[in-house]
Ligand binder design. Structure first.
Ligand code: AMP
Ligand code: MG
Length: 349
């Protein structure tokens, strides 16, 4: 299959170009497009066959449900019922934006979207390109991250093509995604809203808005429990080489990381390191380093995270050592992704 390539301006996308992409979506085809979080792989979310294409292109397990993306707040009422006050408050506060709410589904939502659950996940993205495309397609758009299942999510059109060229009908390029980690998923069917996946809207922001927020126990990494967000149980975001994550207080964790780096170099290994500006200054020259930003700029670290994990695709190493950060703000989402990417190989300083 030939993958068509469309390029548009992030703030002021050419409508004629977007309408070509929207036309493909209407025909049941697969179109990757940017959002403010990561690039999504879109298909008509009310068309069972179109949505099935997402699972085959990504190699995604069929019990991992998809998020429906909408263009207007009112579109929720077509898809979900029993919308709680908390859900309304959250949508009011964070839409358009990187918040996904889980609500009771209506019958119009195909089983393939919900993975057979009685709930549906819905988001109104902030990205102008995403919203205009969804609006022009005239239907909710199912859009998981546009990567091969298990790989780091794409934050550029090139990263989408690296995984899915020839497997999807088109990609819309509007440059790099601003946020860089996926949306926050909140289950609003429980009496107290439950955080299922940390993301672009922080836990602190949620709590400041609705008061109490429960945290799904599976986020602590206990895989004995059936995850309510089925996607959380799969290995995810992983680079090709094994990765070890260093957690704990700074600069102690950097001391430990540097010791491991030196040991691995002495063993003749080719070593990668995903680290802060602060730590990079201390790395031996032989290390293939990706500097994800300053420890003082968590937003920069989030925006560079998946690019860092993908940077070893073209420059393979034997092992990657990664520097953890505090779990405040966006740090919670970043550490959640790094723990999964490392397959829970964690050194606690
Ligand atoms: P992705 O779009 O690939 O970033 O993943 C979407 C995330 O939302 C996955 O973790 C899914 O398991 C989760 N999700 C989608 N629908 C539901 C739902 N109805 N209930 C709980 N989690 C969901
Ligand atoms: Mg994903």
């Amino acid at each position: 299959m030939h993958t068509e390539y469309f390029i548009v301006d992030k703030e002021n996308p050419d409508k004629a170009v977007l309408s070509k992409a929207a036309e493909l979506l209407k025909q049941g085809k697969l179109v990757a497009f940017p959002t403010e979080t990561v690039y999504g792989l879109g298909a008509n979310g009310l068309d069972e066959k179109a949505a099935a294409g997402i699972f085959s292109a990504k190699g995604r397990p069929s019990d991992n449900p998809l998020i429906l993306h909408i263009a207007n707040r009112e579109d929720v009422d077509q898809l979900a019922t029993h919308i709680s006050t908390n859900a309304k408050v959250l949508m009011e506060a964070f839409w358009p934006g990187p918040l996904t709410v889980v609500l009771r589904r209506k019958a119009i939502v195909p089983d393939i979207i919900t993975g057979g659950l009685e709930t549906v996940a819905i988001r109104l993205p902030d990205s102008i390109v995403a919203r205009q495309l969804i609006f022009m397609a005239g239907t909710p758009i199912a859009a998981p991250s546009a990567n091969t299942s298990g790989r780091p999510s794409p934050t550029s059109a090139q990263a989408v093509l690296d995984d899915l060229e020839g497997k999807i009908h088109a990609v819309v390029d509007a440059g790099n995604c601003q946020i860089g980690v996926e949306s926050t998923v909140v289950d609003c069917t429980t009496p107290v809203p439950t955080l299922l996946r940390p993301g672009g809207v922080t836990l602190e922001m949620l709590m400041a808005t609705v008061g109490e927020v429960e945290i799904d126990p599976t986020l602590a990494g206990s895989f004995e429990l059936a995850p309510k967000s089925p996607g959380m149980k799969y290995s995810h975001y992983a680079p090709d080489a094994p990765m070890v994550l260093f957690e704990g207080a700074y600069p102690h964790l950097a001391d430990l990381l540097l010791l491991e780096v030196k040991t691995a170099l002495a063993e003749g290994k080719k070593v990668g390191a995903v680290v802060s500006t602060e730590t990079a200054a201390r790395l031996p020259k032989e290390v293939v380093a990706f500097v994800y930003g300053s420890r003082k700029r968590i937003d920069e670290i989030a925006a560079n995270l998946y690019k860092a994990l993908r940077s070893y695709d073209d420059n393979p190493v034997d092992i990657i050592y990664t520097e953890g950060i505090p779990e405040d703000g966006l740090g919670l989402a970043i550490m959640n992704r790094l723990r999964k990417a490392s397959g829970y190989r964690i050194v606690n300083g």
